[in-house]
Write a protein that binds this ligand. Structure first.
Ligand code: RB5
Length: 155
């Protein structure tokens, strides 16, 4: 079976958790593309939201994991990128359902909100769930239409 590859990126607040998740992902058999940052030096999360999401949009990675202090900044930034559907999660039910119902391609985690154990459960739920399609595909299509509306109105 072909190896699944995921991208992971973080700002300084998420750096340590990113490093821990990278180890767990590799142990679980995933290919991992690290899109930065590479230290705990202060940096700007939108830069790394884009770097991680770019790997998905370029087809190098199937899904993306973004870590900042709260998960909120990463999700706000990532959702500005056409083609990205990102959500900040701190419970396993939501982490599963953003794949099942929203076809999310980016999971955002707050390193100041959840510990490493729960973060790994979130990642595991996200990566092991697939989009259910059906009525959910219509709704995701409407999200894409919103993106296109934003583009054509010059946003
Ligand atoms: C950095 O201090 C913090 O603001 C950032 O990691 C994130 O939580 C923003 O949403």
């Amino acid at each position: 079976m072909e190896k699944r590859t995921v991208a992971i990126a973080a700002d300084h607040a998420g750096y340590a958790l990113k490093e821990a998740l990278k180890v767990r992902l590799a142990e679980a058999g995933f290919g991992v593309i690290d899109a930065g940052t590479d230290s705990e030096a202060s940096c700007d999360y939108p830069v790394y939201a884009e770097a991680g999401c770019r790997k998905v949009l370029d087809g190098e990675a199937e899904l993306c994991i973004l870590v900042c202090g709260t998960g909120a900044g990463m999700s706000i930034a990532a959702n500005k990128i056409p083609g990205i559907r990102a959500a900040a999660c701190s419970d396993v039910f939501t982490a599963r359902h953003i794949r099942l119902h929203n076809d999310a391609n980016a999971l955002c985690i707050g390193a100041r909100v959840v510990g490493e154990g729960l973060a790994w459960e979130l990642v595991s739920a996200f990566l092991s769930s697939g989009f259910e399609g059906g009525k959910h595909a219509r709704r995701v299509g409407l999200i894409t239409a919103l993106e296109e509306k934003g583009r054509s109105s010059g946003q």
